[in-house]
Design a protein around this ligand. Sequence first.
Ligand code: ACM
Length: 524
Amino acid sequence: MAFLHRMGWYGTLAIILAGASTVSTTTVAGVPSNPPGENVTMRSVIPAPVERINLDGSYRFNSDSAIAATGEARGVGEYLAGILRGQTGELLPFNNLGNIVLVVEPGHPQNGYSLSINSSRIWIAANDAAGLFLGVQTLRQLLPPPNPNTHNWAVAATEITDFPRFSYRGAMLDVARHFFGVEDVKRYIDEIAMLKLNVLHLHLSDDQGWRLQINGWPRLTQVGGASEVGGGAGGFYTQAQYSEIVAYAASRYITIVPEFDMPGHTNAALSSYAELNCNNRATRPYHGYGVGFSSLCVRKELTYKFIADVVNQVAALTPGPYFHLGGDESSATSLGDYKYFVDRVAKIITDAGKLPMGWHDIGYAPNLPKGTVGEYWDYTTPRGASASLIEWLLDAGGKLVMAPSNVAYVDQKYSSSESIGTNWAQPPLTLKESYSWDPTSVFPSYPEQSFLGVEAPLWTETVKTMADIEYMAFPRIAAIAEIGWSKLNPSRSFEEFVIRLATFGVYMESAGINFKRTPEVPWQ
Ligand code: ACM
């Protein structure tokens, strides 16, 4: 019998060994053996799986390797074929008797997958295609690093049972401060999918730019779309391009959450249409970093006609359940106006068939619909009003997405000597700080069910290129992904995480990700 080696989330030492260890393959009872004495590296996974049992032996790709994936599993099978081709250089055929098997069938972990590797086959099973996709992300990390020039493709035998702690595991990209085109967004989608993130929140409007075509309001993109921080050309998505992003995300089982920030953070709209201003005078385009100076005209009916057009058009293009109305830093709106405004916009959103989501400031609004999602962005130790806002939100039947700015904002500088990044949320933000917190312990009096999940926002005041995005997000977003996915374990350790991250670095490198080689990690 194979030697069973339990290596769950708890097996700290075992996982450390798995970062770099090798096992020799031996015969597993009842299945053909691999070449004797062969050493196959047992690889670690980020986010840490719920349960993993490592076995002796390995699966070796050979001329008989083929993918078996039919029905609902077929699409993920084709995706896997593309991944394997990228990593091994081989394009595997499909064959119903193939030994790399993807199956959709009942009985597997809810929202997760089972993965089993032995010398005769690789087998991933899940209740649906989304679960299979997650299992494929794990398999990618168990494969040797991409190198089409070697044919030494073996994966150490293992049994993994895995499912997420939280249903919402997000990244946010601010395409308003600086604009990023469709291809950049697709690339980011592929990168976050590796970490089993399943939400991409797009911050589509702010003082510096309006980034989506809205029919009937052409100046939003002609004027509001033509600015960005620093005075660059800006840009915007046509509705067809936005739909292309939504569809690409869906092909990676990622939900797009569109955000149009209001009533503050609206200078781009206010510069596009004079009539959205209380004084009927268009503002000037804004290229700076400041916040809190703009507001839609809350007591004007035209404002709500405008918002209804935006919400209805965006809702029709967005299959996901949420519309994010922003609501943060509205210091140019009186509190009375703010409450009136947020309640009214929340109603427009629910009328469009979506659930309202907003930064936690929306907790001020007295009549939020049940199920409203507040995104918490104060520190892990709440200051001032934020704890009351969360209490009001949750007492009204709301849920929380946790993005505490001092640990989850991946636009914060890694260290004071960095040239990219902002530095207002208790800087610097080290990898260790990003990893060393727990979402529920920020508000310990609320049950786990109050927490939908976590998000890693990336604001782009100083972030201008895809390489900048990657540098700020990676590796800190891996810490947020693990907090969102992996089982609550008060004794999880940063020291163990960085050893797994060193292995993950090989995959980031081969994917061409421009990650920060923070000295906190013993990169290989
Ligand atoms: C925020 O960082 N103003 C949500």
